[in-house]
Design a binder for this molecule. Sequence first.
Ligand code: G3P
Ligand code: CA
Length: 287
Amino acid sequence: MRPLAVPSRTATRVVAHRGSSDAVPEHTLAAYRRAIEEGADALECDVRLTADGHLVCVHDRRVDRTSNGRGVVSTLELAQLAELDFGSWKDGSLPPEEPEAPDRAPELSVLGSGPGAWRVPDPERTSVLTLERLLELVADAGRPVELAIETKHPTRYAGRVEAELLRVLHRFGLLAPGPSPVRIMSFSQLSLRRVRQAAPSIPTVFLMERLPLRFRDGTLPQGVGIAGPGIDLVRANPGFVARLHRAGHRVHVWTVDDPADVELCLRLGVDTVITNRPREVLAQLGR
Ligand code: G3P
Ligand code: CA
């Protein structure tokens, strides 16, 4: 009898979820720059439309959790979002109202020490990030880096999210036929269908939080090549990964931060793990 093939650890791809977001404020340029430096194979980002039609990388419907502002992203213009600080919530050190700026600010200055210290905000760590700026970073990475873009609440915008997304990708020459460094992910089948109809060359990922009754046999919506189950789903239904593979799909699991979950994914032969901690996961994989 042939021994079971053991999946290669190094073959498993590592995606930085919202950038290196365990260490650096999520969805900031600094988080993505760090993920590239750490060796992530790909970057994950969520995109939302602003009131004036720009795609920005923000996870929540509102800006409240990840900035010093309040409000719904889709009701704010890009210029208003650009006024907000998207980084200091993570550092736990919003600067005083009128900080004395030092003559020369290094990347991130810590003035004083201890709990009272405050940091001079680094724009890469605090500014709202547009999808276009993220694509520029990827283009300048100096090595191939893939991008996994998730459309958030796309049903609300009657196709405008996908239309703007494809317009931006086209502008960066990313809709050409052939292997694509970009894939589009969504919990919404409608959103994925819109993408496939307009740009059949772009791979799509169907995200799943729970085992979907309709697809529990491992099939996916028509034309979708990649399954994106959450780690809770995989833990509860480890056999689902093999069913997806048997049906010819690749499997990208999120959000895999715990070393035991990384091991589980490796045992199951998961193709890609999406993590907030790319450096630690790459080290666990021996890379
Ligand atoms: O990578 C997929 C994952 O990001 C989906 O969940 O809530 O983190 O966007 P969420
Ligand atoms: Ca996401």
